[in-house]
Design a protein around this ligand. Structure first.
Ligand code: A3P
Length: 346
């Protein structure tokens, strides 16, 4: 009898113990989950405005890149576009110039980033009256299809020097990011001349020598009416832009360094665009035949820029080069001062 009572008591004690442990475990779990369900302040208000994710699903993006390529070639169906929520977005960043600064190389290299989609053609929306009159929807329709988290970038180097453009871009998006790629001003002017010269030669036309265009024959001073010279006075153009956009909206890219060592320049742009660093040494390789860095997207797809990029410049009279360098010097100093980026230009 006593033995039976003891067994019953042990059973009761065991049941009570189990209940107590169970309740304790439930309480711990509940408190934990309560903590997670009711944060001190809602997460949204603690985060800044939505920005691009730190981690991109790379595999998905590679697949998506394939699809984007098909769309560009006109092979994707409307159904595929709808299914993948593809949209034509206005650019969130524009390479506004400078002509012959390396604008094409910069755009193509940025396009290596999985979150960037480039508008392949120069759209010339803001600098061309006819195009501008077509309206913003026309502009949007010129943009490539992209996923919502991607940013579209276009480049039209004429924007930098065209009077009306800053105000027009401001009206479209006052918080847009603006990229300006510059080269040593005299080299850029010669590059500009070389491009025009090639065009004339193609049409069997004769053209003046650079020296004749860059120097005023009457005064022997630098000819500031010559467009290739005017374009290289970077500070004059930038000052017009600064009437509409604060200096933080601009990022200056060193076009000379983009030629010799592109990666650090691209990493600075990634930071400026708030993109996680994704372009790597793997994506850029030096092609000795071409004399430039070329682009590697993956094991099978790589490309160099067209032959029209990287022309051989004509020899220029050293006294003219010296005169031009002296002429640009004070403008360069002002440009460094405004932008906070100094170059070793003479
Ligand atoms: P040159 O033809 O004077 O050498 P833009 O695209 O603005 O017209 O600039 C053209 C310049 O981009 C070329 O000027 C070239 O030097 C420069 N560039 C920079 N990186 C390049 C690259 N990886 N391949 C070819 N050209 C490049």
């Amino acid at each position: 009898m006593l033995f039976k009572q003891q067994a019953l008591l042990r059973q009761k004690l065991f049941l009570l113990g189990s209940l107590a442990i169970g309740s304790l475990l439930y309480l711990v779990a509940r408190v934990g989950s309560l903590d997670r369900l009711q944060p001190i302040c809602p997460i949204e208000s603690r985060l800044g405005p939505p920005h691009l994710p730190e981690q991109f699903p790379l595999r998905t993006l590679q697949y998506k890149r394939g699809l984007l390529h098909e769309i560009r070639k006109g092979n994707a169906t409307k159904e595929q576009i709808r299914l993948h929520n593809l949209v034509q977005q206005l650019p969130r960043a524009i390479i506004i110039g400078v002509r012959k600064g390396g604008t094409r190389a910069l755009l193509e290299m940025l396009n290596l980033h999985p979150a960037v989609v480039k508008a392949s053609q120069e759209i010339h929306f803001f600098d061309n009256e006819q195009n501008y009159a077509r309206g913003i929807d026309w502009y949007r329709e010129k943009m490539p299809f992209s996923f919502l988290h991607q940013i579209t970038i276009e480049k039209s180097p004429a924007y930098f020097i065209t009077e009306e453009v800053p105000e027009r871009i401001f009206k479209m998006n006052s918080s847009i990011k603006l990229l300006i790629i510059v080269r040593e001003p005299t080299t850029r002017a010669v590059s500009d001349y070389t491009q025009v010269l090639e065009g004339k030669e193609r049409k069997n036309k004769t053209y003046h020598k650079f020296e004749k265009l860059a120097i005023d024959g009457n005064t022997c001073d630098v000819n500031t009416k010559y467009k290739a010279v005017r374009t290289s006075i970077y500070t004059k153009h930038l000052e017009r832009w600064l009437k509409f956009f604060p200096v933080e909206h601009f990022h200056i890219v060193d076009g000379d360094r983009l030629i010799t060592d592109p990666l650090p320049e691209l990493q600075l742009v990634e930071r400026f665009l708030n993109l996680p660093s994704r372009i790597s040494r793997y994506n850029l390789y030096f092609n000795a035949t071409r004399g430039f860095y070329c682009l590697r997207f993956n094991n099978v797809f790589n490309k160099c820029l067209a032959g029209s990029k990287g022309r051989i410049h004509p020899e220029v009279d050293p006294s003219v080069v010296a005169k031009l360098r002296k002429f640009f010097h004070p403008f360069n100093q002002k440009f460094y001062q405004i932008t906070g980026r100094t170059f070793n230009w003479p």
